[in-house]
Design a protein around this ligand. Structure first.
Ligand code: ATP
Ligand code: MG
Length: 290
């Protein structure tokens, strides 16, 4: 039987000795879009930390930064000044995925296709392009992905339901929705789910909401618990058991061009994201067997 202290100790050992933890490799490549049109709910933080968690434990991971803010690129320590090969050139068909991907400074298993400010105009430019909703999907062919050969692809979306997010949904099999444990957390969620259904019925029938992650949980507030149980009541098993606590280390890490997993591996934030990464990997493996 695990006591809380033994559990903490076991978690710390895992973080500090990454090789002691083995995560199952999915039999098929998983392409996961991280979306929520609400701003600041933890999309980028979740994308980069789950990606780092999987990559530090031996899996190969590609992050596609699809937000002109370029926050995921920053956290992964990847250059995203204007003019850098980026997802913009990939969307307009000028560069292949492999040509635009850069290796993160955190582990060689982690690559990122960065977003530069050039992407800000793309939403408008895309409108007049052929197959405007499928530009990213067309760039993510098996051949293009085989050149990088990731086990996981995460796509970090901007806070809107515009064409960039639609491109991300058309290119993926799974949607992961981060939900912040705060008042109004569920606001806008029905609109997000409706959009996902529209993409399913018109553009990408295999798309499914596979995962919901509760973020920025503050144990001192009653509200956080109310939101948690409301979300679990609504979405049941889609919600990961792991809840990400609000933690200063998590918010500091991007300022150092890092994820919290490399910035402070022993912190609560790092351990929670690692737990969430493990759950995501293990669930994927379980579903493949069933
Ligand atoms: P946007 O909609 O602008 O893309 P987002 O949904 O990607 O935002 P993040 O950028 O990941 O959200 O997070 C919003 C802010 O909250 C950031 O400053 C981030 O550092 C901070 N933050 C995220 N998760 C945590 C956490 N667990 N603890 C403390 N701060 C956090
Ligand atoms: Mg973001």
């Amino acid at each position: 039987m695990w006591t809380p202290i033994a559990e903490e100790a076991e978690r710390a050992t895992r973080v500090l000795h990454p090789h002691s933890l083995r995560l199952p490799r999915p039999t098929r490549r998983r392409v996961i879009t991280v979306a929520n049109q609400k701003g600041g709910v933890g999309k980028t933080t979740t994308t980069v930390n789950l990606a780092a968690g999987l990559a530090l434990h031996g899996l190969k991971v590609l992050v596609i930064d699809l937000d002109p803010q370029g926050n995921a690129s920053t956290a992964l320590g990847v250059d995203h000044r204007s003019g850098t090969p980026s997802v913009y050139e990939v969307l307009i068909g000028e560069l292949s995925l492999a040509e635009a991907a850069a290796v993160s400074n955190q582990t060689p298993n982690l690559l990122c296709v960065p977003a530069t400010i050039d992407l800000a105009g793309a939403e408008i430019e895309l409108v007049s392009m052929v197959a405007r909703e499928s530009r990213l999907k067309e760039a993510l062919t098996s051949e293009a992905l085989d050149q990088i050969n990731p086990d996981y692809v995460f796509i970090d979306c901007p806070p809107s339901l515009g064409l960039l997010t639609v491109n991300a949904m058309v290119a993926a099999q799974e949607v992961l929705i981060p939900i912040q444990c705060e008042y109004y957390a569920l606001e806008g969620l029905s609109q997000l789910l409706r959009n996902i259904e529209l993409v399913q019925s018109h553009l990408n029938p295999v798309l499914n909401v596979s995962t919901i992650l509760l973020t920025m949980y503050d144990g001192r507030t009653k509200l956080a618990d109310q939101v948690t149980s409301e979300v679990r009541g609504h979405f049941g098993d889609l919600v990961l058991r792991t809840v990400i606590p609000r933690s200063v280390k998590v918010s500091e890490a991007p300022g150092f061009g890092q994820t919290v997993l490399t910035y402070d591996p022993g912190s609560r934030g790092a351990m929670s994201y690692l737990d969430a990464a493990r759950e995501l990997a293990e669930r994927g493996a379980r579903e493949e067997m069933s």
